[in-house]
Ligand binder design. Structure first.
Ligand code: SF4
Length: 465
């Protein structure tokens, strides 16, 4: 990563380097031409690895303009890349005000230094002024929204509502150090939605989980979290490492303080062992120099929903809860119909939970509601139906999309991706949808993560321009 101006000149030896244009006043025009309207546009993103924005040639508004990214240094200019603005603009934070224009997203051929990034301009090929820079342009290159890693393919429990069908899982496969190190190579490029150490399975099943945490470079740890059922006894060293880990947060699964209900929902767990582990974790977080924040996830069912408001308050007051996520269950076909029949909440149950939890902001407690939940009747609210909490909440889990009268075109963010990586390094790459995300997101690519030696080179093969 990084590179000096001299490095750039070597790298881009095939590109033209030329002095700044002669001022027009010194030239004698042979023929007087009508003034050509200037190409307009914007640089919205400018990092050490990419530029993105929009541009429009008013003389040919339907044609994708050709542009060049140019590194300036006093009178010297080095064209580092040439491309076309051939994308739509719906993905931009600052699209053209009148909707006319063509988007561009260009990964640079080599990394710039921060200083070089600040001297990079974008302008139309064939003459024309440099495009202006947006206010507060995105200056970091974080093309991977999140990586959902699983370092094992099993769980120690068999919860009746689990999203994963463990019917045919009889052994535990674990991620090797080599695969984990290859995944670490993605970390510098991961954005706001974090690098997950677990997605579908229980990460403490990995016999070297503690040492894997220690393998993560410190500068990336604040972008990392995982979820655990906290029902496996772990050595004290694990808690000590966690307490000083600098990881961002940890999700803990809990449905109830009542042992019978807890063990019914977390099938295979012992409430007594869970409580022991929890006490160890809380002690490590209180004593540690850089502990993860603690978040709690609870599923809402007939057996436990009346307990949830009190449990939420207790977690916040006594158990260091920084955030609590109360969730509905995806309607997976492998979940026992008898469990669904007995435990899934009815609309009035959800409406009761909405009222009980309405006192919390979405940043404190998120109630994820079923997508087909009808709004509460007027009589229940005493006024217009209250907004559903998930409408204002952060997208921690699937939010309920508004029903659309007709299929809407998805809006994809060019050059941005999400990764799912399983224990053996098999990675699935999908695009990022800014609007109208389909229920089933098709993968763009599949690759073994061991084959990605340079993530930017790999992402370049998936990027539009
Ligand atoms: S703890 Fe989580 S991953 Fe494990 S069985 Fe329960 S729901 Fe599934």
């Amino acid at each position: 990563m990084g590179g000096s101006m001299f490095g750039l000149k070597r790298l881009f030896s095939g590109y033209s380097q030329r002095p700044a244009p002669v001022p027009p006043a010194q030239l004698a025009p042979a023929v007087v031409q009508p003034a050509r309207p200037a190409v307009t546009g914007l640089i919205e993103q400018r990092s050490t690895r990419h530029v993105a924005g929009w541009m429009l040639d008013p003389a040919a508004p339907d044609a994708p303009p050709t542009f060049e990214a140019v590194l300036t240094a006093g009178p010297q200019e080095t064209v580092v890349a040439t491309s076309h603005a051939a994308l739509g603009t719906a993905w931009l934070r600052h699209p053209p005000p009148d909707g006319r224009g063509h988007g561009y997203h260009l990964i640079l051929p080599a990394a710039l230094t921060d200083d070089e990034r600040d001297r990079l301009i974008v302008r139309p090929v064939g003459g024309g002024a440099a495009l202006p820079l947006a206010e507060q342009p995105q200056a970091r290159y974080r093309p991977i929204k999140h990586v959902a890693l699983d370092i094992v393919d099993n769980c120690n429990l068999r919860c009746p509502f689990c999203l994963y069908d463990y019917t045919n899982t009889h052994r535990t496969n674990v991620m090797s150090d080599e695969v984990f190190d290859a995944a670490i190579r993605l970390m510098p490029y991961v954005g706001d939605e974090f690098f997950w150490l677990s997605c579908l399975h229980e990460p403490t099943m990995h016999p070297k989980f503690t040492s894997l945490i220690e393998r993560i470079p410190h500068e990336f740890r604040s972008n990392i979290f995982y979820t655990s059922n906290l029902s496996r006894r772990m050595p004290q060293e694990y808690y000590d490492v966690l307490g000083r880990s600098g990881l961002n947060f940890m999700n803990i699964s809990i449905e109830s303080r009542t042992p019978d209900i807890y063990e019914k929902m977390r099938k295979g767990a012992k409430h007594r062992i869970f409580m022991e582990c929890w006490e160890q974790l809380l002690a490590a977080c209180k004593a540690g120099t850089a502990p993860p924040k603690l978040r709690y996830i609870m599923m809402a069912y007939k057996s436990n929903f009346r307990e949830i408001p009190e449990l939420v308050a207790w977690l916040r007051e006594e158990r260091m809860a920084s955030f609590i996520d109360v969730r509905y269950t995806y309607d997976m076909s492998h979940i026992d119909p008898a469990f669904k029949q007995a435990e899934y909440l009815d609309p009035p149950d959800w409406h009761w939970l909405m009222r009980e939890l309405a006192q919390y902001s979405p940043h404190e407690v998120c109630l994820s509601l079923p997508p087909d939940l009808p709004p509460p009747p007027r009589a229940e609210t005493g006024s217009e139906p209250a907004p559903r909490p998930t409408e204002a909440a952060e997208p921690v889990q699937a939010a309920a999309p508004a029903p659309a009268p007709a299929p809407l075109q998805p809006v994809i963010s060019p050059g941005e991706f999400e990764f799912r990586v399983s224990y053996n390094g098999r990675a699935f790459v999908a695009p990022i949808y800014l609007a109208n995300r389909p229920d089933i997101v098709p993968d763009l690519a599949e690759i073994n993560i061991l084959d990605i030696t340079d993530p930017v080179d790999y992402l370049r093969t998936l990027s539009p321009a």
